[in-house]
Design a protein around this ligand. Structure first.
Ligand SMILES: [Fe+2]
Ligand SMILES: [Fe+2]
Length: 231
């Protein structure tokens, strides 16, 4: 049975083939009408698909633009993640991210209902910060906790990440002018603060004290690498 991806590919091949067939017949009829009207051969060669003589430099500039964009994004990620990588071990990096998220919450709580643009921007910033943080924990730290027989902790923490996403969803649905926006943000902050406390004071120290120096360095490097791609 064909997979959805295979179906998608085969559909697009069919439609491409269809459109290229119709282009060919269009070109044929254009050629016929041009030759019947006595149009010269040189004008026929200047089709809409022809690159023309200035295409080389233009294409080069476009490719250079893509390369610069990629390098700039790579540089931005390196700077952002480099700042956090300097924070130390994996648990210190994650604790610094908790503090950063809680500071965004405090800015949100200092707004009033007229500051809808600021509220939107702060919620976007918070969403990005929590998304990156959750990815590092869910892809590296929680699996490592399960390997170290702390499955109950890992499952509870991962379940709480689901409720964190639920708050983000609800705030987006409510909109920044919602009458109970501040109340919702306050509840949300309390959940994140409790969750961070459980990680910093219970789950992570128990796990870390059983790690060798080498295992600790490995987890730090994996968290940094994951954070780099999510930055
Ligand atoms: Fe977490
Ligand atoms: Fe965390």
């Amino acid at each position: 049975m064909a997979t959805r991806t295979q179906n998608r590919q085969s559909n697009s091949t069919t439609s491409n083939r269809g459109s290229s067939r119709s282009r060919q017949s269009e070109n044929r009829s254009n050629r016929q009408s041009r030759s019947s009207s006595g149009e010269s051969r040189s004008s026929e060669s200047r089709s809409a698909f022809s690159w023309g003589e200035n295409a080389g430099p233009l294409l080069g500039a476009a490719l250079a633009g893509v390369a610069i964009g990629f390098a700039a994004n790579y540089g931005r990620k390196a700077i952002m993640q480099g700042m956090e990588a300097a924070a130390g071990d994996w648990d210190e990096i994650l604790a610094a991210e908790h503090d950063m998220a809680l500071a965004i919450f405090d800015k949100m709580l200092a707004t009033d209902e007229t500051q809808t643009f600021k509220r939107k921007m702060l919620l976007m910033k918070l969403t990005h910060a929590l998304d990156k943080h959750a990815h590092e924990e869910e892809m590296v730290v929680y699996p490592a906790l399960r390997e170290a027989n702390q499955t109950t902790d890992a499952d509870q923490l991962e379940g709480e990440h689901g409720y964190i996403k639920t708050y983000i969803y609800e705030l987006n649905e409510m909109g920044p002018a919602g009458s109970n926006w501040l109340e919702k943000v306050r509840e949300f902050r309390a959940l994140v603060s409790r969750h961070a406390h459980m990680e910093e004071e219970e789950a992570f120290p128990t796990f870390k004290q059983a790690l060798t120096e080498e295992q600790n360095a490995r987890i730090t490097s994996l968290v940094n690498r994951d954070g780099f791609w999510m930055a």
